[in-house]
Design a protein around this ligand. Structure first.
Ligand code: WQD
Length: 335
């Protein structure tokens, strides 16, 4: 299929583009490079040996978006583009609502104008909020505790309503748990601008010496060792989930939601211990208080993805730690 990928130069988007190209699909990448780099485009070409169209495009630019859709025969869209920092969203909520909601509305309006009616949306486990019990299951009620999370809840609702109104539409929301790791080549990975929010990029920057230590946010959670438990999955597995979801939409119509996770929970200390062991590194740990808004435990029920789109994870936590370390070493070897 010809697949337009918004945010295709980002962490998840770039890995999904590699998987799509390796499965024989054609892609068109749109990215405004607000949290990614144009060099990722070259890395995707190097890894796959394939070329493709790509545009520096912001979804808020309705006219440019319309022009791009007019230039290409597009069979489906995978929509990654969006602001995604939980703490930042609490300081600039209107920017998050405008960027994520208006951008998605523009995309849906242009898709409808060009009769493109297959969409895979990058959603998040954050929509499970704080009132559900683990393992999280797709039919559970959604809510959020921050503007970023609310944009995901609201976009899922927009897509549910759009699909109800357009019988020919086929839409899948993929709820990511905690994607970490990097492509085995070391060329692409999680490379956030500025100080990382998330655990693994923080661990990697502490390991390579960019940061002095790793902060452990809270040791008094009701969990196996008192630290936060999450469902970490390899970004390569997550990318494969997008190909499976897209190919499922070649035949299916309607609205679908799938959790993409391993179904297992790993604590902060378990992840740090695993990273140190597989990479033969010792990290300085600062034990801190809880981070505002953090829940104790989050992990997925993944039965629907396994049964309905034939997807399940292949990589281990050791693979995730090894590949993350290789990426940050590759990234910094010329510095
Ligand atoms: C994981 C665990 C922290 C950093 C977030 C977003 C979510 C999604 C994934 C987009 C927690 C602990 C973290 C650190 C730490 N993003 N931690 N020291 O919070 O589960 O999810 O990213 O969709 O929307 O909320 O991921 O990696 O930030 O934290 O101890 O320096 O690591 O307390 O227990 P989180 P995370």
């Amino acid at each position: 299929m010809n697949v337009l990928v918004t945010g295709g130069a980002g962490f998840i988007g770039s890995h999904a583009c590699v998987s799509l190209l390796e499965e024989g699909h054609n892609i068109i990448i749109l990215d405004n490079y607000s949290n990614s780099s144009p060099e990722v485009i070259d890395h995707i070409k190097t890894i796959t040996g394939r070329t493709f169209s790509h545009y520096n495009c912001d979804l808020l630019d309705y006219t440019q978006l319309d022009t791009i859709f007019g230039k290409h025969e597009i069979d489906a869209v995978i929509h990654f583009a969006g602001l995604k920092s939980v703490p930042e969203s609490t300081t600039i909520p209107l920017t998050y609502y405008h960027n994520n909601l208006t951008g998605t509305l523009h995309l849906l309006q242009i898709m409808e104008k060009h009769k493109v009616r297959r969409l895979v949306f990058s959603s998040s486990a954050t929509v499970y909020g704080t009132n559900n019990v683990v393992p999280y299951e797709e039919s559970m009620p959604t809510s959020a505790t921050n503007p970023y999370g609310w944009t995901k809840v609201m976009i899922e609702q927009m897509l549910r309503d759009y699909t109800s109104a357009v019988p020919d539409a086929a839409v899948t929301c993929l709820r990511y748990f905690n994607p970490i790791g990097a492509h085995k080549s070391g060329l692409i990975g999680d490379n956030p601008n500025g100080i990382p929010n998330n655990l693994m990029p923080y661990v990697c920057q502490a390991a390579i010496g960019i940061l002095p230590s790793i902060k452990v946010y809270g040791t008094d959670f009701p969990t196996k060792d008192g630290t936060g438990v999450r469902d970490y999955l390899h970004v390569a597995d997550l990318a494969d989930g997008h190909v499976k979801a897209l190919e499922h939409l070649e035949k299916a119509k309607g609205f679908f939601v799938y959790n993409l996770g391993t179904g297992q929970g790993t604590s902060v200390l378990e992840l740090i211990d695993t990273f140190e062991r597989v990479n033969n590194i010792k990290l300085k740990r600062d034990i801190c208080g809880r981070r505002a808004g953090d829940i104790a435990t989050s992990f997925a029920n993944v039965n629907h993805a396994i049964e309905e789109i034939g997807w399940e994870t292949k990589y281990t936590l050791e693979d995730m730690c090894r590949d993350s370390w290789k990426f940050i070493q590759t990234k910094n070897k010329n510095k």
